[in-house]
Write a protein that binds this ligand. Structure first.
Ligand SMILES: *Cc1c(COP(=O)(O)O)cnc(C)c1O
Length: 411
């Protein structure tokens, strides 16, 4: 990998060689970060060169990615998700310019496909054909799908509360699924022990630094889809903290390589019932405390985040904004996305949008600002909460009289 310098520990700064199976720092156990040679990247790729590329997947950013070559790229079409100018929703929220990046439109319907596609490539480079992870649901279903497409076997640990839609995906993609009677923290712990014991490739996002490199492609795409003219803000929902860290890394990469001339401020949005990262970041510290997992947004119900340091640094370095939203505000944002833009988000997928609404109401961001809202997962994954947000249909016997009664406005 000529574009990669190595992997550097986020805690002690130790540099090691970026082999395919690295996990945490061998000296201090800190989370590693992949470092690039931006002069090399610049010599190989320009913004114009990029825009001419035919590849409509996340692999169009090859020069920014830690992979050996194009030979063994996965089969599913991950990335290059839709990017909409959302004028009606902007009007409703009272903000000047709003874009929606709909990452629910990925093969397994969440942003996690970007990390899982990367995991499959790196597992193959490491010579392993069994991959495992623990997940609140989407990392699991995306790993199962991307591994199935590559002919690999998966062992997947999910908390018992994982929504049925996500578990159905796992079963359909042929994963061996262990539904753990406990919290996400309990689930993570059991998976870590099993991975150690059987030597599987580890797709646990914080531990494996390559996964964030997959996730960062969402930022590379946003920059390109904005024709390299960055917005003032980008809003994202936060659980473990890998997604926000990846998002920030992607923008920093594009800035370092001279593709964009300014960096956005990141709006970090958590559920008020579970917001350990925002609580620490807002207090200006990297010392976070565990919290209960009290929200309907299962994908970000993470009381013990796995990547808090990178997430808190992303907020701090970007001069970011922290906003926490209630479940009611999340459900309202799901309705708004659906009704004004035709975008169907799962609760955590709409949380960024809920955060923008709240940030405007609280005066945390300016009304004449430009903002991107990343929708991280599709609403069909969690039908129960979609119905909770949108209500039940009119249900009548097949008779016109009854229909007229139900639709008095048409009488
Ligand atoms: C995983 C996930 C997030 C948050 O990502 P973290 O890396 O856990 O912070 C947000 N939304 C959806 C839909 C997710 O699946």
């Amino acid at each position: 990998m000529k574009n990669v310098i190595g992997a550097k520990c986020t805690i002690c700064g130790k540099m090691i060689e970026a082999t395919p199976d690295i996990t945490v720092c061998p000296s201090c156990g800190g989370i590693m970060d992949i470092e690039y040679d931006y002069e090399y990247i610049k010599s190989k790729l320009t913004p114009y060169g990029l825009m001419d590329r035919e590849d409509r997947t996340m692999w169009r950013y090859m020069e920014f990615l830690p992979v050996e070559g194009r030979g063994k790229l996965p089969k599913l079409r991950v990335g290059m998700s839709p990017f909409y100018k959302a004028d009606r929703l902007a009007d409703t929220l009272g903000i000047k310019t709003l874009y929606i990046k709909d990452d629910g439109i990925n093969p397994t319907a969440s942003l996690k496909d970007r990390a899982s596609a990367m995991a499959v490539v790196k597992a193959e480079e490491a010579g392993k054909n069994i991959i495992a992870c623990s997940s609140t649901g989407n990392a699991a279903s995306s790993l199962a799908g991307n591994a199935a497409a590559a002919g690999m076997k998966t062992y997947i640990f999910v908390p018992e509360r994982a929504p049925k839609g996500k578990v159905a995906q796992l079963m359909m993609f042929g994963a061996t699924v262990i539904s753990v009677k406990g919290t996400y923290e309990d689930t993570f712990r059991l998976s870590a022990e099993a991975i150690d014991r059987w030597g599987w490739y580890n797709r646990n996002a914080a531990i494996n630094p390559y996964l964030m490199e997959g996730k960062k492609t969402v930022a590379l795409e946003i920059a390109e889809q904005l024709k390299f003219k960055m917005t003032d803000y980008v809003a994202i929902s936060v659980g473990d903290g890998c997604t926000i860290a990846g998002l920030w890394k992607g923008f920093k990469d594009m800035y370092a390589a001279g593709f964009i001339d300014r960096l956005p401020r990141i709006i970090s949005v958590q559920a008020s019932g579970c917001c350990p990262i925002n609580t620490a970041a807002a207090a200006g510290t990297e010392e976070w405390s565990p919290q209960p997992e009290n929200t309907i947004a299962d994908s970000i119900a993470v009381g013990v985040p796995r990547n808090p340091i990178k997430a808190i640094r992303a907020i701090r370095e970007s001069n970011g904004v922290c906003v926490n939203v209630s479940d009611e505000e999340i459900l309202a944002a799901m309705r708004l996305l659906g009704r004004t833009q035709g975008v169907f988000a799962e609760p955590a997928g709409a949380t960024g949008t809920a955060g923008i609404k709240k940030a405007i109401e609280l005066g945390l961001i300016e009304k004449d600002a430009s903002v991107v809202s990343v929708v991280t997962g599709n609403g069909l994954k969690d039908v129960n909460n979609a119905i909770k947000a949108a209500g039940e249909p009119i249900c009548i016997p097949p008779e016109m009289d009854l229909l007229l009664k139900e639709l008095p406005e048409l009488a």
